[in-house]
Design a protein around this ligand. Structure first.
Ligand code: PLP
Length: 404
């Protein structure tokens, strides 16, 4: 059993494979850019000065380490295991995404790239990228579908305040996947001075590996904090899964700890049976999307299907390839939680603990509560609080028929 953990932890291989998943399914024109990125990442991630600078930024700019908090009232409410939160919601800009954009921004600087591009759906990754670009004095262009721009006006304005340019994408469905295509097109034509910042553990190699490594600070801290505060590892880890970066960041440092269960929580939207969900691992099938092989949600003709979740950050038709492999070899388990359950968990948590979670994180909370109920009081479940809910206040108000 332990061997399996060691083997899993060493992935991906040279070509970016996690078992049959991952890889690099891109046009030849992009291969050069990806090779350059892979070499640069290898070089700088083993450079002591680079890593010390990143560590310093995470400490003093992002606010790490984030605490582990024992939610006593929520635990008592569920009546089973102790519920603990890893507080990524306390990071600068309010979520885990800054761990990765900080790393990629710094890497761009060391590669001599003065221009940074990104794509964003709800705008959270765009804001995290624009934040780091402002600080590192990089020119920042964010691609965003026209439909998303209309839906997420506050984040669009935030990016502009930070000095970034937001480019409206009017092709296709005018949402995230179209913005992604535009960003790739931009990268191919401006490879010399441009760095493409991807916001989750998807895309072609080396992105799933690199984004995981930058987010693994979450799991490394959590593992040590558990040993320091509780002299034990948690019995289970729970995290929501959109593309999968906050989940893999927490899971990865625990892969060899076979006694620690891992549960990824996808968005069941209006219910799996309705077809209106974003549960790629639970209800999708293997295929190729955005440069890598993983699970995805498509129709019988192989076209990517429209997805739905009340939380914009989970509303993605694919998922990172490492999760696909952890699912198939059963090291991690994946479940889905629907909109209503996530909203109920949001209200319960806010009222019992004074913590308003991001709607994404509320999916993990909802499932973590169900698990805790079935576990013994001497057990512990550690839930990744991937972000805070300030960004969702308008959505929550609209659901209750209020307009702010
Ligand atoms: C973007 C986002 C997610 C989903 O992204 P992952 O790559 O799956 O982590 C989850 N939680 C929050 C708060 C987010 O902003």
């Amino acid at each position: 059993m332990e061997d399996r953990g060691i083997e899993l932890k060493a992935l991906p291989d040279e070509l970016g494979h996690f078992g049959p998943f991952g890889g690099c399914f891109v046009s030849e024109t992009l291969m050069h850019a990806l090779e350059e990125l892979k070499d640069a990442y290898q070089r700088w991630s083993s450079d002591e000065e680079f890593m010390a600078r990143l560590d310093d930024d995470l400490r003093h700019y992002v606010g790490r380490p984030s605490p582990i908090y024992h939610a006593e009232r929520l635990s008592a409410h569920c009546g089973g295991a102790r519920i603990l939160f890893k507080r990524e919601d306390l990071n600068h800009t309010g979520a885990h995404k800054i761990n990765n954009t900080m790393g990629q921004g710094l890497l761009a600087r060391h590669m001599g790239k003065s221009r940074v591009i990104a794509e964003t759906g709800a705008g959270q990754h765009g804001v995290a990228t624009a934040t780091v670009s402002a600080r590192l004095n990089q020119q920042c262009l964010v691609y965003m579908g026209e439909v998303d721009i209309a839906r997420q006006s506050i984040n669009v304005f935030r990016m502009k305040l930070l000095g970034a340019e937001v480019q409206s994408v009017v092709s296709g469905s005018k949402t995230l996947k179209d913005a992604l295509n535009e960003a790739l097109r931009d990268w191919v034509t401006h490879v010399d001075d441009t760095f493409y910042v991807i916001g989750t553990v998807a895309g072609p190699h080396p992105y799933p590996m690199m984004v995981r490594d930058f987010n693994a600070i979450v799991g490394r801290e959590a593992r040590q904090q558990m040993l320091d505060q509780y002299e034990a590892l948690p019995d289970a880890l729970v995290a929501c899964v959109g593309g999968g970066s906050n989940a893999i960041g927490l899971f990865h440092p625990f892969l060899e700890d076979e006694e620690v269960a891992m549960v990824g929580v996808e968005a069941a939207g209006r219910g799996l049976a309705s077809g209106e969900h974003a549960a790629s691992l639970v209800a999708g099938r293997p295929g190729v999307l955005h440069g890598c092989r993983s699970y995805l949600i498509d129709d019988d003709g192989g076209q990517i299907r429209h997805t739905h979740s009340v939380s914009a950050g989970l509303d993605y038709p694919g998922v990172g390839p490492e999760h696909a492999w952890l699912k198939d070899n059963e090291r991690a388990e994946y479940v889905a939680v629907n909109d209503d359950e996530a909203l109920a968990a949001t209200h319960t948590l806010t009222q019992l603990e004074g913590i308003l979670p991001a709607l994404e994180s509320a999916h993990a909370v909802a499932h973590g509560m169900k698990m805790a109920e079935r576990m013994r009081p001497d057990q512990m479940v550690l839930i990744n609080m991937s972000g805070r809910g300030d960004k969702d206040v308008q959505t929550l108000a609209a659901i209750e028929g209020m307009s702010l």
